[in-house]
Design a protein around this ligand. Structure first.
Ligand code: NAD
Length: 453
Protein backbone atom coordinates (compact mmCIF):
# COMPACT_ATOMS: atom_id res chain seq x y z
CA UNK A 1 0.00 0.00 0.00
CA UNK A 2 1.08 3.60 -0.50
CA UNK A 3 1.39 5.26 2.88
CA UNK A 4 2.33 8.79 3.95
CA UNK A 5 3.72 9.52 7.41
CA UNK A 6 3.64 13.15 8.51
CA UNK A 7 6.29 13.84 11.15
CA UNK A 8 9.53 11.85 11.18
CA UNK A 9 10.25 11.80 14.92
CA UNK A 10 10.37 8.75 17.19
CA UNK A 11 6.91 7.57 16.27
CA UNK A 12 6.79 8.67 12.62
CA UNK A 13 10.20 7.30 11.69
CA UNK A 14 9.64 3.96 13.41
CA UNK A 15 6.13 3.64 11.94
CA UNK A 16 7.35 4.55 8.46
CA UNK A 17 10.36 2.24 8.56
CA UNK A 18 8.37 -0.70 9.96
CA UNK A 19 5.49 -0.32 7.50
CA UNK A 20 8.07 -0.23 4.67
CA UNK A 21 9.65 -3.38 6.12
CA UNK A 22 6.29 -5.10 5.60
CA UNK A 23 6.41 -4.21 1.90
CA UNK A 24 4.48 -0.93 1.85
CA UNK A 25 5.64 2.06 -0.21
CA UNK A 26 6.19 4.75 2.44
CA UNK A 27 6.68 8.49 2.09
CA UNK A 28 7.92 10.24 5.25
CA UNK A 29 7.39 13.99 5.46
CA UNK A 30 8.92 16.41 7.92
CA UNK A 31 9.16 20.19 8.15
CA UNK A 32 12.66 19.87 9.58
CA UNK A 33 14.96 20.12 6.54
CA UNK A 34 18.02 19.12 8.60
CA UNK A 35 16.35 15.92 9.76
CA UNK A 36 15.31 15.03 6.21
CA UNK A 37 18.81 15.77 4.86
CA UNK A 38 20.33 13.57 7.55
CA UNK A 39 17.94 10.71 6.76
CA UNK A 40 18.59 11.09 3.02
CA UNK A 41 22.33 10.87 3.64
CA UNK A 42 21.90 7.58 5.51
CA UNK A 43 21.94 9.03 9.05
CA UNK A 44 19.41 8.45 11.84
CA UNK A 45 18.41 11.39 14.05
CA UNK A 46 17.56 9.30 17.12
CA UNK A 47 19.08 6.39 19.00
CA UNK A 48 16.72 3.43 18.69
CA UNK A 49 18.00 -0.17 18.67
CA UNK A 50 17.66 -1.84 15.26
CA UNK A 51 16.16 1.19 13.54
CA UNK A 52 19.20 2.04 11.42
CA UNK A 53 19.16 -1.37 9.74
CA UNK A 54 15.43 -1.26 8.96
CA UNK A 55 15.74 2.25 7.53
CA UNK A 56 18.83 1.41 5.45
CA UNK A 57 17.30 -1.81 4.07
CA UNK A 58 14.06 -0.18 3.03
CA UNK A 59 15.66 2.96 1.59
CA UNK A 60 17.88 0.72 -0.51
CA UNK A 61 14.83 -1.25 -1.65
CA UNK A 62 13.13 2.01 -2.69
CA UNK A 63 10.21 1.51 -0.29
CA UNK A 64 11.07 4.36 2.08
CA UNK A 65 11.62 7.99 1.10
CA UNK A 66 12.11 11.16 3.12
CA UNK A 67 11.09 14.61 1.97
CA UNK A 68 9.87 18.07 2.96
CA UNK A 69 7.65 18.26 -0.14
CA UNK A 70 4.12 18.63 1.24
CA UNK A 71 2.27 18.37 -2.08
CA UNK A 72 4.15 15.18 -3.00
CA UNK A 73 3.46 13.69 0.44
CA UNK A 74 -0.28 14.32 0.12
CA UNK A 75 -0.33 12.91 -3.41
CA UNK A 76 1.53 9.75 -2.30
CA UNK A 77 -0.60 7.92 0.24
CA UNK A 78 -4.29 7.13 0.34
CA UNK A 79 -3.59 6.64 4.05
CA UNK A 80 -1.99 9.68 5.70
CA UNK A 81 -0.66 9.12 9.23
CA UNK A 82 -0.24 12.21 11.39
CA UNK A 83 2.67 11.53 13.78
CA UNK A 84 3.76 15.04 14.73
CA UNK A 85 4.46 16.21 18.27
CA UNK A 86 1.70 17.21 20.70
CA UNK A 87 3.70 19.04 23.39
CA UNK A 88 2.05 20.51 26.46
CA UNK A 89 0.56 23.96 26.06
CA UNK A 90 1.16 26.55 28.79
CA UNK A 91 -1.87 25.27 30.71
CA UNK A 92 -0.88 21.60 30.35
CA UNK A 93 -3.35 20.73 27.61
CA UNK A 94 -2.04 19.14 24.41
CA UNK A 95 -0.88 21.72 21.88
CA UNK A 96 -2.53 20.68 18.62
CA UNK A 97 -0.97 23.28 16.35
CA UNK A 98 1.25 20.76 14.53
CA UNK A 99 -1.56 18.23 14.14
CA UNK A 100 -3.92 20.87 12.73
CA UNK A 101 -1.19 22.27 10.43
CA UNK A 102 -0.71 18.75 9.03
CA UNK A 103 -4.48 18.43 8.54
CA UNK A 104 -4.67 21.77 6.71
CA UNK A 105 -1.85 20.69 4.39
CA UNK A 106 -3.78 17.57 3.45
CA UNK A 107 -6.90 19.68 2.76
CA UNK A 108 -4.88 22.10 0.62
CA UNK A 109 -3.39 19.46 -1.65
CA UNK A 110 -5.63 16.37 -1.75
CA UNK A 111 -7.23 15.45 -5.06
CA UNK A 112 -8.99 12.21 -4.08
CA UNK A 113 -10.24 10.18 -1.09
CA UNK A 114 -7.90 10.13 1.93
CA UNK A 115 -7.87 8.33 5.23
CA UNK A 116 -6.25 10.62 7.78
CA UNK A 117 -5.02 8.67 10.80
CA UNK A 118 -4.16 10.43 14.06
CA UNK A 119 -1.20 8.47 15.42
CA UNK A 120 -0.05 11.33 17.63
CA UNK A 121 -1.41 11.22 21.17
CA UNK A 122 -4.35 13.61 20.99
CA UNK A 123 -7.23 14.49 23.33
CA UNK A 124 -10.75 13.26 22.83
CA UNK A 125 -12.44 15.20 20.06
CA UNK A 126 -9.27 15.91 18.07
CA UNK A 127 -10.39 13.84 15.09
CA UNK A 128 -13.39 16.19 14.78
CA UNK A 129 -11.05 19.18 14.81
CA UNK A 130 -8.75 17.56 12.24
CA UNK A 131 -11.79 16.88 10.05
CA UNK A 132 -13.00 20.48 10.43
CA UNK A 133 -9.55 21.91 9.57
CA UNK A 134 -9.35 19.74 6.50
CA UNK A 135 -12.92 20.59 5.44
CA UNK A 136 -12.20 24.33 5.77
CA UNK A 137 -9.30 24.00 3.31
CA UNK A 138 -11.40 21.97 0.90
CA UNK A 139 -14.22 24.54 1.12
CA UNK A 140 -11.71 27.32 0.37
CA UNK A 141 -10.78 25.40 -2.77
CA UNK A 142 -14.44 24.78 -3.62
CA UNK A 143 -13.80 21.03 -3.44
CA UNK A 144 -16.15 18.41 -1.98
CA UNK A 145 -13.74 15.49 -1.78
CA UNK A 146 -14.45 12.66 0.66
CA UNK A 147 -12.16 11.72 3.55
CA UNK A 148 -12.27 9.98 6.89
CA UNK A 149 -10.38 10.75 10.08
CA UNK A 150 -9.43 7.69 12.14
CA UNK A 151 -7.57 7.30 15.42
CA UNK A 152 -4.71 4.82 15.81
CA UNK A 153 -2.69 5.76 18.90
CA UNK A 154 0.84 4.42 19.18
CA UNK A 155 1.96 2.31 22.14
CA UNK A 156 5.63 1.76 21.27
CA UNK A 157 8.24 2.30 23.96
CA UNK A 158 11.34 4.34 23.23
CA UNK A 159 14.35 2.04 23.50
CA UNK A 160 12.35 -0.92 22.15
CA UNK A 161 10.36 0.89 19.50
CA UNK A 162 11.07 -1.31 16.48
CA UNK A 163 10.42 -4.50 18.45
CA UNK A 164 7.21 -3.03 19.93
CA UNK A 165 5.95 -1.87 16.55
CA UNK A 166 6.69 -5.19 14.86
CA UNK A 167 5.28 -7.30 17.73
CA UNK A 168 2.55 -5.17 19.27
CA UNK A 169 0.57 -6.39 22.31
CA UNK A 170 -2.40 -4.70 20.75
CA UNK A 171 -3.40 -2.29 18.02
CA UNK A 172 -6.14 0.21 18.80
CA UNK A 173 -8.08 1.70 15.92
CA UNK A 174 -11.07 4.00 16.07
CA UNK A 175 -13.18 4.65 12.97
CA UNK A 176 -16.54 6.34 12.67
CA UNK A 177 -19.63 4.61 11.38
CA UNK A 178 -20.10 6.56 8.16
CA UNK A 179 -19.51 5.03 4.69
CA UNK A 180 -16.13 6.88 4.66
CA UNK A 181 -15.38 5.41 8.09
CA UNK A 182 -16.14 1.93 6.70
CA UNK A 183 -13.72 2.58 3.87
CA UNK A 184 -11.07 3.72 6.38
CA UNK A 185 -11.64 0.57 8.46
CA UNK A 186 -11.13 -1.66 5.43
CA UNK A 187 -7.91 0.09 4.40
CA UNK A 188 -6.51 -0.06 7.94
CA UNK A 189 -7.58 -3.70 8.29
CA UNK A 190 -5.57 -4.48 5.15
CA UNK A 191 -2.57 -2.43 6.31
CA UNK A 192 -2.43 -4.09 9.75
CA UNK A 193 -3.31 -7.62 8.54
CA UNK A 194 0.33 -8.85 8.83
CA UNK A 195 0.24 -8.11 12.59
CA UNK A 196 -2.91 -10.14 13.11
CA UNK A 197 -1.88 -13.38 11.41
CA UNK A 198 -1.40 -15.50 14.55
CA UNK A 199 -4.07 -13.84 16.62
CA UNK A 200 -6.31 -10.82 16.28
CA UNK A 201 -4.53 -7.98 18.03
CA UNK A 202 -6.67 -5.11 16.82
CA UNK A 203 -9.24 -3.56 19.09
CA UNK A 204 -11.75 -1.82 16.86
CA UNK A 205 -13.73 0.96 18.48
CA UNK A 206 -15.20 4.39 17.94
CA UNK A 207 -12.84 7.31 17.38
CA UNK A 208 -13.28 9.03 20.75
CA UNK A 209 -12.77 5.85 22.77
CA UNK A 210 -9.61 5.15 20.80
CA UNK A 211 -8.26 8.64 21.50
CA UNK A 212 -9.04 8.17 25.20
CA UNK A 213 -7.48 4.69 25.39
CA UNK A 214 -3.97 6.06 24.84
CA UNK A 215 -4.30 8.52 27.72
CA UNK A 216 -5.85 5.89 29.97
CA UNK A 217 -2.92 3.53 29.30
CA UNK A 218 -0.23 6.12 30.06
CA UNK A 219 -2.13 7.42 33.09
CA UNK A 220 -2.38 3.87 34.49
CA UNK A 221 1.35 3.22 34.01
CA UNK A 222 2.30 6.55 35.56
CA UNK A 223 -0.03 5.79 38.48
CA UNK A 224 1.71 2.49 39.19
CA UNK A 225 5.09 4.21 39.25
CA UNK A 226 3.99 7.03 41.55
CA UNK A 227 2.17 4.56 43.79
CA UNK A 228 5.36 2.53 44.27
CA UNK A 229 7.49 5.64 44.72
CA UNK A 230 5.22 6.97 47.42
CA UNK A 231 5.29 3.63 49.22
CA UNK A 232 9.10 3.47 48.81
CA UNK A 233 9.49 6.79 50.60
CA UNK A 234 7.37 5.47 53.45
CA UNK A 235 9.36 2.21 53.36
CA UNK A 236 12.51 4.26 53.95
CA UNK A 237 10.91 5.73 57.07
CA UNK A 238 9.40 2.63 58.59
CA UNK A 239 12.18 0.13 57.92
CA UNK A 240 10.71 -1.84 55.04
CA UNK A 241 12.44 -3.13 51.90
CA UNK A 242 10.34 -1.96 48.94
CA UNK A 243 11.96 -4.59 46.68
CA UNK A 244 10.64 -7.38 48.89
CA UNK A 245 7.24 -5.70 48.80
CA UNK A 246 7.41 -5.43 45.00
CA UNK A 247 7.95 -9.17 44.68
CA UNK A 248 5.31 -9.84 47.30
CA UNK A 249 2.57 -7.94 45.52
CA UNK A 250 3.67 -8.46 41.91
CA UNK A 251 3.16 -12.21 42.16
CA UNK A 252 -0.57 -11.57 42.52
CA UNK A 253 -1.80 -11.96 38.93
CA UNK A 254 -4.33 -9.20 39.53
CA UNK A 255 -1.39 -6.86 40.14
CA UNK A 256 1.45 -8.30 38.03
CA UNK A 257 5.15 -7.44 38.11
CA UNK A 258 5.37 -4.76 35.41
CA UNK A 259 5.85 -1.11 36.24
CA UNK A 260 6.21 -1.62 39.98
CA UNK A 261 9.76 -0.35 40.31
CA UNK A 262 10.48 2.39 42.79
CA UNK A 263 13.02 4.88 41.50
CA UNK A 264 13.94 8.46 40.78
CA UNK A 265 10.63 9.29 39.09
CA UNK A 266 9.32 8.94 35.56
CA UNK A 267 10.30 11.26 32.72
CA UNK A 268 10.23 11.23 28.93
CA UNK A 269 8.05 12.91 26.39
CA UNK A 270 4.86 10.98 27.14
CA UNK A 271 3.91 10.22 30.76
CA UNK A 272 4.34 13.75 32.15
CA UNK A 273 2.54 15.48 29.31
CA UNK A 274 -0.18 12.87 28.85
CA UNK A 275 -1.09 12.81 32.56
CA UNK A 276 -1.29 16.60 32.48
CA UNK A 277 -3.33 16.66 29.27
CA UNK A 278 -5.87 14.18 30.64
CA UNK A 279 -6.25 16.24 33.80
CA UNK A 280 -6.74 19.30 31.62
CA UNK A 281 -9.43 17.56 29.54
CA UNK A 282 -11.23 16.65 32.76
CA UNK A 283 -11.10 20.23 34.00
CA UNK A 284 -12.76 21.39 30.79
CA UNK A 285 -15.69 19.22 31.86
CA UNK A 286 -15.57 20.52 35.46
CA UNK A 287 -14.14 17.28 36.73
CA UNK A 288 -11.07 17.03 38.92
CA UNK A 289 -9.01 13.86 38.38
CA UNK A 290 -7.77 13.57 41.95
CA UNK A 291 -5.71 10.45 41.44
CA UNK A 292 -3.85 11.83 38.45
CA UNK A 293 -3.20 15.12 40.19
CA UNK A 294 -1.54 13.16 42.98
CA UNK A 295 0.38 10.99 40.49
CA UNK A 296 1.91 14.12 39.01
CA UNK A 297 2.70 15.72 42.38
CA UNK A 298 4.31 12.53 43.68
CA UNK A 299 6.45 12.31 40.56
CA UNK A 300 7.61 15.94 40.80
CA UNK A 301 8.68 15.23 44.37
CA UNK A 302 10.26 11.91 43.46
CA UNK A 303 12.58 13.50 40.92
CA UNK A 304 14.09 15.38 43.87
CA UNK A 305 14.55 12.34 46.10
CA UNK A 306 18.10 11.50 45.00
CA UNK A 307 19.24 15.11 45.42
CA UNK A 308 17.58 15.25 48.86
CA UNK A 309 19.36 12.05 49.91
CA UNK A 310 22.68 13.59 48.83
CA UNK A 311 21.97 16.77 50.81
CA UNK A 312 20.91 14.77 53.87
CA UNK A 313 24.23 12.91 53.74
CA UNK A 314 26.60 15.71 52.73
CA UNK A 315 24.80 18.84 53.97
CA UNK A 316 23.01 21.76 52.26
CA UNK A 317 26.25 23.42 51.25
CA UNK A 318 27.83 21.23 48.60
CA UNK A 319 30.40 23.77 47.43
CA UNK A 320 33.81 22.23 46.87
CA UNK A 321 32.23 18.78 46.70
CA UNK A 322 32.34 16.70 43.55
CA UNK A 323 29.91 13.94 42.50
CA UNK A 324 29.90 11.25 39.82
CA UNK A 325 26.61 10.75 37.95
CA UNK A 326 25.82 7.67 35.86
CA UNK A 327 22.88 7.88 33.47
CA UNK A 328 21.31 10.99 31.95
CA UNK A 329 18.64 9.72 29.53
CA UNK A 330 15.17 9.41 31.05
CA UNK A 331 15.42 5.64 30.63
CA UNK A 332 17.86 3.11 29.13
CA UNK A 333 18.32 2.50 25.39
CA UNK A 334 17.40 6.00 24.36
CA UNK A 335 19.14 9.35 24.10
CA UNK A 336 15.90 11.15 24.99
CA UNK A 337 16.42 13.69 27.79
CA UNK A 338 12.91 15.13 27.80
CA UNK A 339 11.75 15.54 31.44
CA UNK A 340 14.64 13.28 32.53
CA UNK A 341 15.07 12.98 36.34
CA UNK A 342 18.83 13.50 35.82
CA UNK A 343 18.11 17.13 34.86
CA UNK A 344 16.48 17.76 38.25
CA UNK A 345 19.28 16.01 40.13
CA UNK A 346 22.01 17.98 38.34
CA UNK A 347 20.23 21.25 39.02
CA UNK A 348 19.98 20.36 42.74
CA UNK A 349 23.65 19.40 43.04
CA UNK A 350 24.85 22.45 41.12
CA UNK A 351 22.49 24.77 43.05
CA UNK A 352 24.08 23.43 46.21
CA UNK A 353 27.50 24.46 44.86
CA UNK A 354 28.79 21.02 43.86
CA UNK A 355 30.62 20.06 40.69
CA UNK A 356 29.77 16.88 38.76
CA UNK A 357 31.24 14.46 36.24
CA UNK A 358 28.50 12.80 34.18
CA UNK A 359 28.31 9.84 31.84
CA UNK A 360 25.61 8.22 29.71
CA UNK A 361 26.20 5.47 27.11
CA UNK A 362 24.28 7.28 24.33
CA UNK A 363 22.78 10.55 25.59
CA UNK A 364 25.97 12.65 25.92
CA UNK A 365 25.34 14.84 22.86
CA UNK A 366 21.69 15.36 23.76
CA UNK A 367 22.67 16.02 27.39
CA UNK A 368 25.08 18.77 26.32
CA UNK A 369 22.29 20.35 24.30
CA UNK A 370 19.63 20.30 27.05
CA UNK A 371 21.98 21.21 29.90
CA UNK A 372 22.98 24.34 28.01
CA UNK A 373 19.29 25.28 28.20
CA UNK A 374 18.81 24.22 31.85
CA UNK A 375 21.94 25.68 33.41
CA UNK A 376 23.61 29.07 33.59
CA UNK A 377 27.24 29.50 32.52
CA UNK A 378 28.54 29.17 36.07
CA UNK A 379 26.67 25.92 36.64
CA UNK A 380 27.62 24.53 33.24
CA UNK A 381 31.29 25.19 34.01
CA UNK A 382 30.96 22.78 36.94
CA UNK A 383 29.81 19.89 34.71
CA UNK A 384 32.41 17.60 33.17
CA UNK A 385 31.24 15.22 30.43
CA UNK A 386 33.24 12.06 31.06
CA UNK A 387 34.37 9.43 28.54
CA UNK A 388 33.34 6.37 30.52
CA UNK A 389 31.59 5.42 33.78
CA UNK A 390 34.95 4.97 35.50
CA UNK A 391 36.16 8.34 34.21
CA UNK A 392 33.47 10.08 36.33
CA UNK A 393 34.75 8.76 39.65
CA UNK A 394 38.03 10.54 40.33
CA UNK A 395 37.78 12.86 43.37
CA UNK A 396 34.03 12.24 43.71
CA UNK A 397 32.51 12.10 47.20
CA UNK A 398 29.91 9.66 45.92
CA UNK A 399 28.44 7.98 42.85
CA UNK A 400 24.81 8.78 41.97
CA UNK A 401 23.02 6.45 39.54
CA UNK A 402 19.97 7.85 37.74
CA UNK A 403 19.34 5.59 34.71
CA UNK A 404 19.29 1.78 34.80
CA UNK A 405 21.51 1.10 31.76
CA UNK A 406 22.56 -2.57 31.52
CA UNK A 407 26.19 -1.40 31.33
CA UNK A 408 25.90 -0.11 34.93
CA UNK A 409 24.58 -3.34 36.44
CA UNK A 410 27.79 -5.28 37.05
CA UNK A 411 30.58 -2.75 37.48
CA UNK A 412 33.94 -3.48 39.08
CA UNK A 413 33.14 -2.43 42.66
CA UNK A 414 36.77 -2.63 43.78
CA UNK A 415 37.74 -0.12 41.11
CA UNK A 416 34.81 2.13 42.02
CA UNK A 417 35.81 2.05 45.68
CA UNK A 418 39.41 2.79 44.88
CA UNK A 419 38.52 5.75 42.64
CA UNK A 420 35.89 7.44 44.85
CA UNK A 421 36.95 9.70 47.71
CA UNK A 422 34.31 8.04 49.87
CA UNK A 423 32.70 4.67 49.15
CA UNK A 424 29.16 6.05 48.91
CA UNK A 425 26.57 5.12 46.27
CA UNK A 426 23.14 6.67 45.76
CA UNK A 427 21.25 4.24 43.57
CA UNK A 428 18.16 5.88 42.04
CA UNK A 429 17.11 2.65 40.29
CA UNK A 430 17.80 -0.01 42.95
CA UNK A 431 20.29 -1.78 40.67
CA UNK A 432 22.24 -3.40 43.49
CA UNK A 433 21.53 -5.47 46.58
CA UNK A 434 22.15 -3.52 49.80
CA UNK A 435 23.68 -6.54 51.57
CA UNK A 436 26.14 -7.12 48.73
CA UNK A 437 27.07 -3.46 48.74
CA UNK A 438 27.60 -3.48 52.50
CA UNK A 439 29.86 -6.53 52.20
CA UNK A 440 31.80 -4.76 49.46
CA UNK A 441 32.37 -1.91 51.90
CA UNK A 442 30.01 0.66 50.45
CA UNK A 443 27.62 3.02 52.18
CA UNK A 444 24.60 2.38 49.96
CA UNK A 445 21.47 4.51 49.57
CA UNK A 446 18.75 2.90 47.45
CA UNK A 447 15.12 3.97 47.10
CA UNK A 448 12.89 2.47 49.77
CA UNK A 449 15.59 0.12 51.11
CA UNK A 450 17.05 1.96 54.09
CA UNK A 451 16.23 -0.93 56.45
CA UNK A 452 19.04 -2.86 54.79
CA UNK A 453 21.72 -0.19 54.91
P1 NAD B 1 8.99 14.06 17.86
O1 NAD B 1 9.08 15.42 18.41
O2 NAD B 1 10.14 13.11 17.99
O3 NAD B 1 8.67 14.16 16.29
C1 NAD B 1 7.69 14.99 15.73
C2 NAD B 1 8.15 15.37 14.32
O4 NAD B 1 7.08 16.03 13.65
C3 NAD B 1 9.33 16.34 14.31
O5 NAD B 1 10.37 15.80 13.51
C4 NAD B 1 8.75 17.61 13.68
O6 NAD B 1 9.70 18.32 12.91
C5 NAD B 1 7.64 17.05 12.82
N1 NAD B 1 6.58 17.99 12.43
C6 NAD B 1 5.99 18.94 13.17
N2 NAD B 1 5.04 19.57 12.45
C7 NAD B 1 5.01 18.99 11.24
C8 NAD B 1 4.22 19.19 10.05
N3 NAD B 1 3.24 20.09 10.02
N4 NAD B 1 4.49 18.42 8.98
C9 NAD B 1 5.47 17.50 9.03
N5 NAD B 1 6.22 17.25 10.11
C10 NAD B 1 6.01 17.99 11.21
O7 NAD B 1 7.68 13.42 18.47
P2 NAD B 1 7.41 11.88 18.84
O8 NAD B 1 8.10 11.52 20.09
O9 NAD B 1 7.58 11.04 17.63
O10 NAD B 1 5.86 11.96 19.20
C11 NAD B 1 4.87 12.16 18.19
C12 NAD B 1 3.52 11.87 18.79
O11 NAD B 1 3.44 10.49 19.17
C13 NAD B 1 3.21 12.66 20.07
O12 NAD B 1 1.84 12.95 20.09
C14 NAD B 1 3.56 11.68 21.17
O13 NAD B 1 2.83 11.92 22.34
C15 NAD B 1 3.13 10.37 20.55
N6 NAD B 1 3.83 9.19 21.07
C16 NAD B 1 5.17 9.24 21.33
C17 NAD B 1 5.80 8.10 21.80
C18 NAD B 1 7.27 8.14 22.12
O14 NAD B 1 7.75 7.20 22.78
N7 NAD B 1 8.03 9.14 21.69
C19 NAD B 1 5.09 6.92 22.00
C20 NAD B 1 3.75 6.89 21.68
C21 NAD B 1 3.12 8.04 21.23
Amino acid sequence: MKITIIGTGYVGLVTGACLAELGNDVFCLDVDQKKIDLLNSGGIPIHEPGLDEVVARNRAAGRLQFSTDVAASVAHGEVQFIAVGTPPDEDGSADLQYVLAAARNIGKHMTGFKVVVDKSTVPVGTADRVGAALRTELDARGERLAFSVASNPEFLKEGAAVEDFMRPDRIVIGCDSTPEGDRARELLRKLYAPFNRNRERTHWMDVRSSEFTKYAANAMLATRISFMNELANLADQVGVDIEAVRHGIGSDPRIGHSFLYAGAGYGGSCFPKDVQALERTARQYDQDLLILRAVEQVNDKQKQVLGRKVVKRFGEDLSGKHFAVWGLAFKPNTDDMREAPARVLLKQLLDGGASVAVYDPVAMTEAKRVLELDLNAGELARVRFADSPMDTLTDAEALVIVTEWKAFRSPDFDKIKAALKQAVIFDGRNLFEPEVMAEAGFEYHGIGRSILT
